[in-house]
Ligand binder design. Structure first.
Ligand code: WT7
Length: 646
């Protein structure tokens, strides 16, 4: 791979950073050689009510399957993120909030103020019946109250389940019901790019399909006129008046659940990924510090939404555990203009920006002048996450945005992993555009062939992780068998990531993308089965098959093949209707980019759809469809090729 450019560690980073190249080797080696002492030492990063004496206790084998970290320890996650900083940095800004509309004023909360806000929110939750272990669904815009609500749950030991504000009422109802959540925290409306998002109205819609829901706490965000249901809906600002200001943190076991976050898999409905308290917080804080060499005083900005794991780990938990100043952005990168991100950087003197390749590609298309007109002088590091970054976007980020002086931190991880798993450290790791580089301490990646044989050296295969790490998910909510089945059955004794990967001769990892039926649209995971289920709910649709296709901004787009019921006519109107249907059923991110009417789908004689062929056609690669002779009706392929939508 000699044609790949290598960006050595800049001299000043090698000197300044906590971990240099030798330090990384030493730390990584120790983490694998003596995990017990390594992790007990790392556990000192947290403030424990009872300090743990055991680190990892786990087995990925079916007959003894269990995963625990620091199981004898006791702590409170919110106290770790807030209370323990009060003495040393109570007056330091904890959260900077940048509104959707740049004409409005930002808001700032010191650690002291954050403490007061979270205590109050926690008392409102308690006054309305939330207790340790209860599930509280949070369906919020990117406003400070979203952070207060999340941390309030952690404070009282309630399990939060944040549902991204872009999801439909149906998707929300499914997530409320799956975990028997009785309480939703929402806002009257959200705003994004100058447009309102009808959150409360969506909750009302969802409530019709979610009988477990009993209480809705509504934050007044835009002041829009919304319907309130007597006996169920409560205005937060009214409830907050009558609760005490202080709320003692609930002592929690390290393995007590902290949150559920739903994510798409290759089959069935979204899974409730469960993270617990001690190991998760340790992982979020440690990786935030190592990957970004975080120092108190640096202004940190993770430009994700708290509806995704990136927002959980790197807007809230990791940075706050480290006493950081974290920026929360309500808006979108392209509104009012494509300069917005860089203007926010200048306005708040941001040190590190952490965003997704899809945002970079969208901005890159708008031209360099939108970047050039801003200063960006405060920027020291640039991060990326969510999907493989194409080298062209990497170089643009490095050269145009960072003017060559900011290392690019490409972090590979998953909702399931809790935090970064393969990623550089700025003072330790030479960079190669498009590679997430090398594993974090305690992470033992392996590449395996389909038969499970471990492949050595420079090679390509399926990416598995051969041992547990503290931030690992602990179960699928309500379905422990599915947890085992999904992640530990393909390669016994190992965690299967679902990703394909190449390792080069320097031991660098290059993620090649999902090898299952999950597609990655704009850095968000979408199960093809979910989109198919939504399509077949339409009365005119008999059958649907969905695959990914290359998309120059989104990374992957959604390509749907639809067979109509006998006697139904295809038309452009129906195509539009079906795309809107999916949008309404799941949410805008699931809208098919291309939809092809297909009188028949390529099936084997046993009735299995041959997705390989559908993927090739969607990619426009019709010259190499491979062997189609095993199909029940090989002629359907000719029709599919002839009517391909581009
Ligand atoms: C999938 C996980 C990680 C938080 C956001 C997405 C892909 C993620 C990278 C990266 C290449 C990446 C993988 C992974 N992915 N980061 N830096 N390089 N691919 O979390 O929704 O759970 O999706 O995103 O395919 O399996 P997620």
């Amino acid at each position: 791979m000699s044609e790949v450019e290598v960006y050595p560690v800049p001299g000043e980073w090698a000197k300044r950073a906590r971990v240099d190249a030798a330090g990384y080797e030493k730390m990584y080696g120790l983490s694998l050689a003596d995990p017990g002492s390594f992790w007990l030492e790392q556990a000192k990063r947290l403030d424990w009510i009872k300090r743990p004496e055991i680190a990892g206790d786990w087995s990925f084998q079916e007959d003894d399957f269990h995963i625990q970290w620091f199981a004898d320890g006791k702590l409170n996650v919110a106290a770790n993120c807030i209370d323990r900083h009060l003495k040393t940095r109570g007056d330091q800004t904890a959260i900077i909030w940048e509104p959707d509309d740049p004409a409005e004023d930002p808001r700032r909360f010191t650690y002291k103020q954050l403490h007061a806000e979270v205590c109050r929110f926690a008392n409102v939750l308690k006054a309305n019946g939330a207790r340790k272990g209860d599930r509280v669904t949070i369906y919020m815009p990117m406003i400070p109250e979203a952070a207060f609500a999340v941390l309030a749950c952690a404070r009282i030991g309630a399990i939060h389940s944040v549902v991204f504000g872009g999801f439909s009422p149906d998707a929300l109802a499914g997530r409320i019901e799956d975990c028997d959540s009785t309480m939703v925290v929402t806002a009257d409306e959200g705003r994004r790019g100058g447009k309102p998002v009808a959150l409360k109205a969506n909750v009302d819609e969802a409530a019709k399909r979610a009988p477990s829901l009993r209480t809705v706490i509504v934050v007044k965000a835009t002041g829009a006129d919304v319907a309130m249901t007597e006996g169920r809906d409560i205005w937060y600002h009214e409830a907050a008046k009558s609760v005490p200001a202080d709320c003692p943190p609930e002592p929690m076991g390290a393995e007590d659940p902290l949150f559920i976050l739903y994510t798409s898999g290759s089959t069935g409905k979204p899974k409730g990924v469960l993270h617990t308290s001690g190991g998760y917080l340790l992982w979020a804080g440690l990786t935030h510090e190592l990957c970004f060499d975080y120092r108190p005083g640096d202004i940190w900005w993770c430009a994700a939404d708290i509806g995704w794991v990136t927002g959980h780990s790197y807007i809230l938990y990791g940075p706050l555990a480290n006493g950081a100043t974290t920026l929360m952005f309500e808006g979108v990168p392209t509104w009012p203009t494509p300069s917005r991100i860089w203007e926010v950087v200048d306005r708040h003197q941001v040190h590190t920006v952490f965003t997704a390749p899809t945002a970079l590609r969208a901005l890159m298309k708008e031209g360099d002048e939108w970047v050039a007109k801003t200063s960006r002088g405060s920027l020291k590091l640039l991060g990326t996450v969510g999907e493989p970054i194409n080298p062209e976007a990497w170089r643009w980020y490095h050269e145009v945005v960072g003017e060559g002086r900011c290392p690019i931190i490409d972090t590979w991880w998953q909702t399931e992993t809790g935090g970064a798993m393969i990623a550089p450290m700025p003072g330790a790791t030479a960079l190669k555009p498009g590679s997430a580089t090398r594993p974090m301490p305690g992470v033992e990646p392996q590449l395996v062939d389909p038969g499970g044989r471990v492949l050595d050296g420079a090679t390509e295969g399926n990416l598995v992780i051969a041992r547990s790490w503290p931030g690992q998910m602990r179960t699928v909510w309500g379905d422990h068998a599915r947890f085992f089945q999904t992640y530990f059955s393909a390669y016994p004794g190992k965690y299967f990531t679902g990703d394909g990967c190449r390792r080069d001769e320097d031991g660098y990892y290059w993620i090649t993308g999902r090898v299952d039926d999950v597609i990655n649209v704009s850095g968000h995971r979408m199960g093809t089965a979910e989109v198919e289920s939504a399509l077949v709910l339409h009365p005119q649709v008999a059958e649907a098959a969905v695959v990914g296709m290359p998309h120059d901004v989104k990374g992957q787009g959604i390509y749907a093949y639809v067979t109509l019921n006998a006697g139904e006519e295809s038309s452009d109107d129906l195509r539009t209707e079906l795309r809107n249907w999916v949008r309404k059923e799941i949410g805008p991110i699931a809208t098919p980019d291309a939809l092809q009417f297909a009188p028949g789908l390529p099936k084997t004689r046993s009735g299995k759809i041959m997705r390989r062929i559908l993927r090739k056609i969607a990619e426009g690669d019709v010259s190499s469809l491979g062997d189609t002779s095993t199909l029940a009706d090989p002629t359907v392929v000719d029709d599919l090729v002839a009517n391909r939508v581009s």
